[in-house]
Design a protein around this ligand. Structure first.
Ligand code: SAM
Length: 300
């Protein structure tokens, strides 16, 4: 653990602040606060935040990462579900970074991030957060969908979730989160973070994941249609796709025809398909599974 100089919160101050606010961190809200300034600065650096950039933070908690982002010059909107934590943030920012107080560089929104459909101020280009673990994937997918202005994401999540988000097709951890995130962005797991940087210490490891927005696959199918295929394929992970997609398609025969039309071997499993292949399958299903076969067959 490194020293926490300057603007950032250190271990003693975090505990003191929590005590004064009467906060008893809850597992339900994934309340593990970062007490190490070195980790905060590493997250801010990895996120590539530049002065003046509009950033959204989800779950600012007591303000550990919030102060790091503001110190780097970000213009920040932070979404926190816990009203006591949200209410205390402006005073914490004013105490540590007086130059930010009274400016429009910092706004707190007290809300469940999953329910947020608009944000005040300029549209954010980056999302940087130490995400609440129990909702990290839905929060990530929701924000990528609702805020197309987001070009980059740097999040700290449970190490296992980081593996899943960044997993390529065919790997053991490839699944629904990997395929859906790939619709929006390329994902890379960067570094592992020690449990000791949190208070209270969680019983899982954490890791950083960096996402770069890219164009979704070009298709006449809707995102919802593609995601329905992904969900069906992984709901029965061990089944061949022709059976796994049977209910969604209406019958195993229709599923098989759509898979062939999409250039996918009907006997392969969902874990072998990249998001482009899932998209072709969704398109073929939506179009009533034409029989024209596309070049190249996936999964053979
Ligand atoms: N960013 C702080 C830090 O690094 O110390 C706190 C991170 S803590 C892992 C997660 C934070 O997310 C908590 O402050 C918790 O109250 C908040 N939170 C949990 N669920 C949330 C939700 N659905 N929407 C917004 N914030 C949420």
């Amino acid at each position: 653990m490194t020293d926490t100089p300057g603007a950032l919160l250190g271990p003693a101050e975090i505990r003191d602040l929590a005590g004064r606010l009467g906060i008893r961190p809850t597992k339900t809200l994934g309340q593990n606060f970062v007490i190490d300034g070195g980790t905060v600065r590493k997250i801010v650096r990895s996120a590539g935040v530049v002065a003046g950039e509009r950033v959204v933070e989800i779950g600012p908690g007591l303000g550990s990462l919030t102060l790091g982002l503001l110190e780097a010059g970000a213009s920040l909107v932070a979404v926190e579900i816990d009203p006591v934590l949200a209410g205390a943030l402006p005073a914490t920012v004013a105490a540590h970074l007086p130059e930010v107080a009274g400016t429009d560089r910092f706004t707190v929104v007290t809300a469940d991030a999953l329910e947020v459909t608009e944000l005040p101020g300029a549209a954010p280009t980056a999302l940087v957060a130490n995400l609440p673990y129990n909702v990290s994937v839905p929060v990530l997918l929701t924000f990528l969908e609702r805020f197309p202005s987001l070009e980059r994401v740097l999040v700290m999540v449970q190490a296992e979730v980081a593996d899943r988000l960044a997993a390529p097709p065919g790997s053991r951890t490839y699944g629904v989160p990997s395929a859906k995130v790939a619709w929006y962005a390329s994902a890379r797991r960067t570094s592992t973070v020690a449990r000791s940087v949190f208070w209270p210490v969680p019983n899982v490891d954490s890791a950083l994941v960096r996402l770069e927005r890219r164009e979704p696959p070009r298709t006449t199918a809707s995102r919802a249609e593609v995601f329905a295929v992904v969900d069906a394929a992984f709901a029965q992970r061990r089944k061949m796709l022709r059976s796994a997609l049977g209910t969604l398609a209406g019958s195993v025969e229709i599923a098989e025809a759509a898979l062939r039309a999409a250039g996918v071997d009907p006997q392969t499993r969902g874990e072998r398909l990249d998001i482009e292949a899932f998209t072709r399958v969704a398109e073929a299903l939506a179009a009533g599974a034409p029989t024209s076969r596309r070049p190249g067959t996936v999964g053979t």
